[in-house]
Design a protein around this ligand. Structure first.
Ligand SMILES: [Zn+2]
Length: 342
C-alpha cells in the first residue's frame, strides 16, 4: 500500500461542504456558528481556494451575514454586551422581554467575526469600533483577566487573547489595560513552565498560544514570561509523535497548531521534529478530506483547520503562510492593512 500523502483537494472539498451545510452533531454548537464559519473560511484561505469557491455575491452574502450578528448600542445599552454574537440562535436581535434586551456579544465570536471579515476582504468599516472598545473596559476584571460577556464568570486567558486580537485589528487598545493583562498572564504560568487557563489551574497547550500570542500583540513578549527556558521545555515535551495538550495525554491534531504556533511566536519552531509530526497528522487526515482529532475520529472543522495550519507551519507547498499570533494568513492580513490605510 502507498504511504499516505497530504490531500489538499480533498480538504478544499471538505471545507466547501461544511461552509454550506454542517452535519447534525453540530446542532448543539449553534451558538458558536460564527466560529465554525471562521474555521471553514480560514481553511479555504490557507488552501488558496477562497476565490475559486465563492462568487462575489456569495462572498458579500457571508459578509452581510456576519454583520447581521453585530450587537450595537442601538440593540442594547447593557454595558459590555457589544460586538458579535455567535449566530441567530437566540432569536431576533431586537427581541425584548419586559423592555429589556438580553442579547449579548461574546469576545470569542467577535474574534471569529473580525477574522472572518478580514479573510472575506472586508475593511471592517461597518464595525462599531467604539462600542466594542468601550465593552472591553467592562469585561476586563481587576485581576487583568477578562470575561467573554457580562453574564459570564469565565475570567481567563482565552478571552484575554481574543481581546488582544480584537484590539490589534481595530487598532485601538484604549479599552484594554495591558499592564494588568501581562500580570494576569504571569500568574497563569505554573511551576512546570506551562500556562493555565487561569491562575492555579493545570498547564494546557491551548493556553500557551493564548499567552505567547497576547504578549506578542501587546509588544511584551520579551518581559512577559521571565522563565522562557521553562516555557520552551514545556512546549517541546508535549511532542510525542504529534503533540498533546496536557501532561500524560495522547496526541491530538489540534495541539500541533496550539503548541506549534506558540513555538512559532517564540521563534523556536525549529525545535519541533517535523517528520514525526507529519507522520502523525497523516494518520488523522481523512480520505474524504479534513482531519479528526485522533486516527480513529471523524473529521471536524476545528481539527481540520488546525491540522491544515500545522502543515502550513511546516512549509507544505501550496499552502498560505500564517501569522501565528493573529491566526490568519499573511496575504489576507496584508490586503486588509492596505484597505485600512486607504
Ligand atoms: Zn483537539
Amino acid at each position: 500500500m502507498d504511504p499516505p500523502t497530504f490531500l489538499p483537494k480533498k480538504h478544499i472539498a471538505y471545507f466547501q461542504r461544511c461552509l454550506t451545510l454542517l452535519p447534525h452533531p453540530y446542532q448543539s454548537e449553534e451558538s458558536v456558528r460564527l466560529s465554525l464559519a471562521f474555521f471553514c473560511l480560514g481553511g479555504l484561505d490557507v488552501l488558496g481556494a477562497l476565490d475559486a469557491t465563492l462568487t462575489d455575491d456569495q462572498r458579500q452574502g457571508h459578509i452581510d451575514w456576519v454583520y447581521a450578528q453585530q450587537v450595537t448600542p442601538a440593540i442594547t445599552t447593557v454595558p459590555g454586551t457589544h460586538g458579535f454574537r455567535g449566530g441567530p440562535f437566540d432569536g431576533p436581535l431586537d427581541d425584548r422581554v419586559n423592555g429589556v434586551n438580553y442579547v449579548t456579544a461574546n469576545l470569542a465570536t467577535t474574534y471569529s467575526a473580525l477574522l472572518s471579515l478580514v479573510i472575506l476582504g472586508d475593511d471592517l468599516a461597518r464595525v462599531d469600533r467604539k462600542a466594542i472598545v468601550r465593552s472591553m473596559t467592562y469585561l476586563q476584571q481587576p485581576n487583568g483577566g477578562i470575561v467573554p460577556h457580562p453574564y459570564s464568570a469565565e475570567c481567563d486567558i482565552r478571552f484575554l487573547y481574543c481581546a488582544c486580537v480584537i484590539c490589534h485589528l481595530l487598532d485601538d487598545w484604549s479599552g484594554f489595560d495591558s499592564d494588568r493583562a501581562v500580570e494576569f498572564i504571569r500568574r497563569c504560568q505554573n511551576y512546570d513552565g506551562g500556562i493555565a487557563t487561569s491562575p492555579g489551574e493545570e498547564s494546557h497547550g491551548g493556553m500557551m498560544l493564548c499567552a505567547t500570542a497576547s504578549l506578542k500583540l501587546m509588544g511584551r513578549l520579551a518581559d512577559g514570561l521571565p522563565d522562557r527556558v521553562a516555557v520552551l521545555r514545556w512546549c517541546i515535551d508535549r511532542q510525542n509523535q504529534g503533540f498533546h495538550g496536557r501532561i500524560n495525554k495522547t496526541d491530538d491534531t489540534c495541539y500541533s497548531f496550539w503548541v506549534g504556533a506558540a513555538l512559532k511566536v517564540l521563534g523556536h519552531y525549529d525545535l519541533i521534529d517535523d517528520n514525526r509530526q507529519r507522520e502523525f497528522l497523516l494518520t488523522t487526515q481523512r480520505h474524504i478530506g479534513g482531519f479528526g482529532k485522533a486516527p480513529t475520529e471523524y473529521p471536524d472543522v476545528l481539527h481540520s483547520y488546525m491540522g491544515l495550519v500545522a502543515f502550513s507551519m511546516m512549509g507544505e507547498s501550496g499552502l498560505a503562510e500564517i501569522i501565528p499570533e493573529l491566526n490568519i494568513s499573511k496575504e489576507s492580513y496584508q490586503k486588509f492593512l492596505v484597505k485600512r490605510c486607504v
